[in-house]
Design a protein around this ligand. Structure first.
Ligand SMILES: Nc1ncnc2c1ncn2[C@@H]1O[C@H](COP(=O)(O)OP(=O)(O)OP(=O)(O)O)[C@@H](O)[C@H]1O
Ligand SMILES: [Mg+2]
Length: 471
């Protein structure tokens, strides 16, 4: 048993549930705190409204008591007790007349400004006395003396209001918290239920046959998942193309190798049937030629497969100097040309014809074009490789002094295995197909015409460096 402490810590796979909960939890806790503030402010507001109302009632009650007292100037001891019975938070009062000053009070309350008028509604003020904040209701009543008025003020601290608001807050906050927890639990289970929407899609994929790469049925795909299934469909399409390519390669390989293999067998049978040294030697010459042909065909097939491989990242596109590449390659092939008594030359700048491309593939194209030209130029013929920088393109052409190809076949040159009738040299018919695929991958065009010496001229036109993307 591996020790849990030494077990490698695999990265946890992403979880929809965890992600949703973290996304929701933070705002929900913030909302909980916000709702706490809101509840407190509202509770305080309603507490104020109610306590103000009862403060006004107290002022009115005091007014009634004063009216019932004789002389309107004295407060009976019963009234005083009634006002001050709550020793922890007593009510404060002050009865003052314009003429006679303070008639009765238990605290030096400030006069309300402006002074209330007789018969008007009681007024409410927030005041501070001795560092304490108080709420005060004041009203005026007519005195015995018509020129005088009595101001009755009743005040209380804000303690009870705040206490009530706090009580409401403490009572409601846990309920809101419970609601939030309930929502998070719902999300936890809701995600599982929601993910069941994917079941039909999972089933559809599970029931597929290995070779079924058709697009997924969009009717069972939830809209939120559509981008994912579209990507899968695109992958299926690429896979289908790749499988087609593979099947074609296998069919081509079988087709290409069957003939030389049959030939080899025939030569072997011939040698066995006639063991004279001359005929054995003759058969061996054929065997050598056939196996060289088969080897070359296999190489061409592989080159074609590489050129049309769907994986665009075989070699990254870099800046390639086509002039330098062609010139160097021509120099490399001069010994071959000399051996075949062909005059091989290069025309064009020594460098500076830059394109974006894959140098390995460009060389492969050049190999096939020069092979063909050397093959068909004929003894004492000539082959010219030319690079011509143009306005927005760079042209690479290879021409020879051979018999060329009749114009009626030009449009078919570059088809896989196509060889014009009467082709004299051996070949698999893949060289120009390889050139065409490589040109396609470089967004280049391939053209055929007659060269200066009457032979075939093949011209591949590449977009200049930086032009390929806009081409
Ligand atoms: N420079 C040329 N002059 C005359 N005919 C040519 C020339 N280049 C190609 N052809 C003709 O086009 C045919 C196709 O050429 P391609 O290079 O595709 O195949 P191949 O040379 O026959 O075989 P491979 O190149 O695969 O070994 C050739 O068989 C030949 O008949
Ligand atoms: Mg060829």
């Amino acid at each position: 048993m591996p020790d849990p402490a030494t077990r490698p810590a695999w990265p946890r796979p992403p979880s929809l549930r965890r992600r949703l909960l973290t996304i929701l939890a933070v705002p929900m806790v913030l909302a909980w705190l916000g709702s706490g503030v809101l509840i407190y402010v509202l509770a305080l507001h309603y507490a104020n409204v109610n306590y103000d109302r009862s403060l006004v009632d107290s002022a009115r009650a005091l007014e009634r008591m004063i009216r019932s007292e004789s002389g309107h100037q004295e407060l009976s001891p019963q009234v005083r007790i009634l006002m001050e019975y709550d020793s922890a938070d007593p009510s404060y009062y002050a009865v003052r007349s314009h003429r006679h000053g303070v008639l009765a009070s238990n605290l030096d309350l400030p006069l309300p400004t402006p002074l209330p008028t007789v018969g008007a509604r009681p007024r409410l003020d927030s005041i501070a006395v001795g560092g304490r904040r108080l709420r005060m209701a004041s009203l005026a009543i007519a005195a015995d003396d018509p020129a005088d008025a009595v101001i009755i003020s009743v005040a209380e601290t804000l303690r009870e209001r705040h206490a009530l608001a706090r009580e409401i807050l403490v009572g409601t906050l846990p309920i809101v918290l419970l609601l939030i927890a309930f929502v998070l639990v719902l999300v936890w289970f809701g995600v599982s239920r929601g993910l069941r929407l994917l079941d039909p899609l999972t089933e559809q994929i599970a029931q597929r046959r290995a070779h079924d790469l058709s697009a997924l049925d969009p009717s069972v795909v939830p809209v939120e998942i559509l981008p994912l299934t579209r990507t899968i469909d695109a992958l299926f399409t690429r896979l289908r193309d790749l499988l087609d390519l593979q099947e074609r390669f296998i069919a081509d390989a079988a087709h290409q190798l069957r003939t030389p293999l049959a030939g080899l067998r025939l030569q072997a049978e011939r040698a066995l049937a006639d063991p004279r040294p001359d005929s054995v030697r003759d058969a061996l010459v054929h065997v050598e030629r056939l196996s060289a042909g088969a080897g070359r065909a296999a190489g061409q097939l592989l080159a074609l497969a590489r050129a049309q491989s769907l994986d665009e990242t075989g070699h990254p596109a870099i800046t390639v100097d086509l002039a330098r590449l062609a010139r160097d390659y021509v120099a490399e092939r001069v010994p071959d040309a000399l051996a075949q008594r062909v005059d091989l030359g290069y025309e064009g700048p020594t460098s500076g014809a830059e394109i974006d491309g894959d140098a390995v593939m460009l060389r492969e194209a050049l190999v096939n074009l020069v092979d063909n030209a050397l093959n068909y130029a004929g003894e004492h013929g000539s082959v010219t490789v030319a690079v011509t920088p143009e306005m927005r393109t760079v042209a690479l052409s290879v021409e020879d002094s051979g018999p060329g190809v009749a114009e009626e076949w030009w449009s078919r040159l570059g088809e896989r295995f196509f060889r014009p009738p009467g082709s004299r040299r051996e070949g698999s018919g893949l060289g120009l197909a390889i050139v065409r695929r490589i040109a396609d991958r470089h967004r280049a065009s391939v053209g055929f015409d007659r060269g200066r010496d009457g032979g075939l001229r093949v011209t591949v036109r590449f977009p200049c460096r930086g032009e390929a993307a806009s081409a």
